[in-house]
Every structure is written in structure tokens, then in C-alpha cells.
Design a protein around this ligand. Structure first.
Ligand SMILES: Cc1ncc(COP(=O)(O)O)c(C=O)c1O
Length: 407
């Protein structure tokens, strides 16, 4: 009997960044010497004091369910950490812990949006944003950004989109929210305080909720990180999502959290409680140690990322026909490879888009990159510098050799 699946499955796309990771693993398993610039996680292990806290949690019997929205002890640690960053003391009822920032975002969208709603997403966007919105029944409304200005919003395009085109002078009332991600995956862009403030003003004026994905909060290199809520003097509705994954090198522990209005947190808890019960108990105890413990390992990782950022920036800009701006944060470079599109490979295949280009680089250089087309950015590739400087240099050299073969 043919299996009948729900319409939801067709509505969403699979995570192609996870597919690239799987392809790299499959090639490695065959013995191919693959260089992977596709990774979206630190190459460092979780700092040892956090690992020890996880081990102790198991021994102390934290192997059972916790409250659905997270342990009070962790919510208090989040309260302390966020107070140190933003100066604001949130109530623990404004905090919900989830199994990673991905679950936080997905549950937040399900709690806030539904069919008939639109949610603004800036392009290039992290692959999962449009899918979280679609899972909730709503539709993403894509708005362009300015590549030369850390991929800040193109406010002309925003105006055009929310007015349904310049000809219509009425704001689209089906827009319910906007997702901001600074520092950004995939671009590494960090928005200026002015751009963020402008978005807060527009959101307040239109009653949109601002979802601020601050997953890469500590990885800002050229200035201090600004939490969006700390700029929110006009009182826009802001929901902040953070994660233990990238800052603390804890991707596999699966802990993220949301800070929002109590009513939203209550609604999210209801959904989360009926899907995953609670976040991982051991990960929660380890997260307490991460948030309240020695900050030095995080600073050390950040310094390493900063060194590697320079190495990759120099190597990419030295490639013929490639341009790349310096990303202000995260661990991604987003260079423009459009001059290689429509060129032909040795066997006469034309590289029509960056999916083709990324496949070509993988086939000929055994280097994994991620196609910008998948993030809504034609002509760009995403390369992660969460790997050693030696590997970065070797990988870009291999890419250079492959590009030379194109006609
Ligand atoms: C922008 C952004 N938000 C959220 C996440 C979710 O991370 P996690 O679920 O590991 O907390 C990621 C992970 O790649 C990301 O890049």
C-alpha cells in the first residue's frame, strides 16, 4: 500500500546544510581526504569544566524529566548571564529552555503565527527560518539586504514589500513579525545599532513582534555585542533566542532558550510540553556551569576564530574574481563567486548556480562549501572558518586549483 504522508512534509524543505555534512561524512568514510568548510559548529570540544558538570549531573541522578520549560536553577543562571549582557533583569517566568535554539525558534513561531500571517525574513537567511514560519502555517516575506554593509536591511526593499509594492500605500496587515539574526548565519554580518533601532521603530509602529536570534551573541569581533532588547527603548515586542551551541561549543548538548513576554513563554511551554516534554536534563546542568563558570575558554575560542577569520579573508580575497567583505561575527565568510557562474568544466558542464559550483568544488577539490543559493543569495558561497588556519589555507589553495580549470 502506498504510504500517505501529510501535506506538511511537502511544505518544508530538508536542511541542506545537514545534507552537506552527511555528504562530507560519506566521502570521508570512503577514504577521501575531505576539507570541510560546510560545518556550522566550533571545531573545539566543550570546555572541560562544562564536561565535568555534565558527568557530575549523571552521577548525581539528573537523568530524569525536569520541568517542561527547564530547571529553575538554569533559568536563574540565564537570568544572571543576560543581566550581565543587557543590564535587564528578566523574571524567570519570561524564560523557557528548549532542546537547542532550533526548537526555541520553531516553538516560538508555532506559538505566534498561523495561516494567513506573513513574517519578514532578511535574505540571505539561515535555511531554517522560512521553514519554521511555514511549519506554523504562515508565509515568509523575504526582504533584501546590503552586502557591503554587513547585510543590513535594504530599507527601500522593506518599504516596497510591506506596502505590497510602491503603488500601494497601505501597509500589509497580514505581517505579524520579523526575524533578525545578528550576527548572522550565513553571512557573519553584524548589524549596526542604527539599523536595529530603525527595525525596532518600524516593528513597534506596525505591532510586529521582533524575534531576535542571538545564537552567535559572543562571537562579535570588532565591537561589543549589542543585544537587541537592550536597544529597545521604545518598547517594541521583542522575543530573544539564544543557544549554548556556538558560544560554548555545546552543539551536541542541545540547549537553547527564549526570553519573551510571560504570556508567550506560557504558550510556548504548552506546545513544548506536548512535543518533547522537557529539555535534556544533563545538558541543562552542564549549561548552568557554562553560564556561571569560567568565561576564559569562551574568550580563547573567540580569539582563535578571530585569527582564522583574517586567514580566510586574506586567502579568499587573493582568489581571482572573488570578493569578500569582512564579517563582523559568527564563523562564516560569505564571498561572492558570481564571476565563476556560467563557466564550463573540463567535461563541458555549465555551472548555472552555486549549487553546481559547490558540487564542482567538492568533486574536483574535495572541499565542502555551502551554496549561497540555498540561503537565498545567488552567486555566493558560505565557508566556515571553524577549522585550523592550516586547513583553511590548504582548502582555499585546492579551490583555487579547481577554479583555474574552468573556462
Ligand atoms: C542562526 C542560527 N540560529 C539558531 C541555530 C540553532 O542552533 P542550536 O539548535 O544548536 O541551538 C543555528 C544553528 O546553526 C543558527 O545558525
Amino acid at each position: 500500500m502506498p504510504i500517505s504522508l501529510s501535506g506538511l512534509v511537502d511544505k518544508i524543505k530538508p536542511s541542506f546544510t545537514l545534507q552537506m555534512t552527511a555528504r562530507a561524512a560519506a566521502l570521508r568514510a570512503k577514504g577521501v581526504d575531505v576539507i570541510n568548510f560546510g560545518v556550522g559548529e566550533p571545531d573545539f570540544n566543550t570546555p572541560s569544566h562544562i564536561i565535568k558538570a555534565g558527568q557530575k549531573a549523571i552521577e548525581d541522578g539528573y537523568t530524569k524529566y525536569t520541568p517542561g520549560s527547564g530547571m529553575l536553577e538554569l533559568k536563574e543562571a540565564i537570568q544572571t548571564k543576560v543581566k550581565n549582557v543587557t543590564g535587564t533583569l528578566y523574571n524567570t517566568k519570561q524564560i523557557i529552555v528548549s532542546n537547542g535554539g532550533k526548537q526555541s525558534l520553531s516553538v516560538a513561531c508555532q506559538a505566534l503565527f498561523e495561516e494567513g500571517d506573513k513574517v519578514i525574513i532578511f535574505s540571505p537567511y539561515w535555511v531554517s527560518f522560512p521553514e519554521f514560519v511555514r511549519l506554523s502555517g504562515a508565509e515568509p516575506l523575504l526582504v533584501d539586504t546590503l552586502p557591503s554593509e554587513q547585510f543590513e536591511p535594504n530599507f527601500d526593499d522593506l518599504n516596497k514589500k510591506i506596502m505590497g509594492g510602491y503603488d500601494f500605500k497601505k501597509i500589509d496587515s497580514s505581517i505579524k513579525g520579523v526575524i533578525i539574526n545578528s550576527p548572522s548565519n550565513p553571512t557573519g554580518g553584524v548589524w549596526s545599532d542604527q539599523a536595529i533601532t530603525k527595525m525596532l521603530e518600524i516593528s513597534k509602529a506596525n505591532n510586529w513582534i521582533v524575534i531576535s536570534d542571538e545564537t552567535y551573541e559572543e562571537l562579535v569581533y570588532d565591537r561589543e555585542f549589542t543585544a537587541i532588547d537592550s536597544l529597545n527603548t521604545i518598547g517594541a515586542e521583542v522575543l530573544t533566542i539564544r543557544s549554548m551551541s556556538k558560544t560554548y561549543a555545546m552543539t551536541g548538548w542541545r540547549i537553547g532558550y527564549t526570553i519573551a513576554d510571560e504570556a508567550i513563554v506560557k504558550a510556548m511551554s504548552k506546545i513544548q510540553g506536548q512535543t518533547t516534554s522537557c529539555p535534556n536534563a544533563i545538558g541543562q546542568k552542564a549549561s548552568v556551569a557554562a553560564l556561571l563558570g569560567d568565561p576564559q575558554p569562551v574568550l580563547d575560542m573567540k580569539n582563535k576564530f578571530q585569527e582564522r577569520r583574517q586567514v580566510m579573508f586574506d586567502a579568499l580575497n587573493a582568489l581571482d574574481g572573488v570578493t569578500c567583505d569582512m564579517p563582523g561575527g559568527a564563523f562564516y565568510m560569505f564571498p561572492d563567486f558570481s564571476s565563476y557562474l556560467n563557466k564550463a568544466t573540463k567535461d563541458g558542464k555549465i555551472l548555472r548556480d552555486t549549487f553546481d559550483l559547490s558540487d564542482y568544488i567538492l568533486d574536483t577539490a574535495s572541499v565542502v562549501t555551502v551554496a549561497g543559493d540555498g540561503f537565498g543569495a545567488k552567486g555566493y558561497l558560505r565557508l566556515s572558518f571553524a577549522t585550523s588556519s592550516e586547513i583553511i589555507k590548504a582548502g582555499i589553495k585546492r579551490i583555487e586549483e579547481s577554479l583555474k580549470e574552468l573556462k
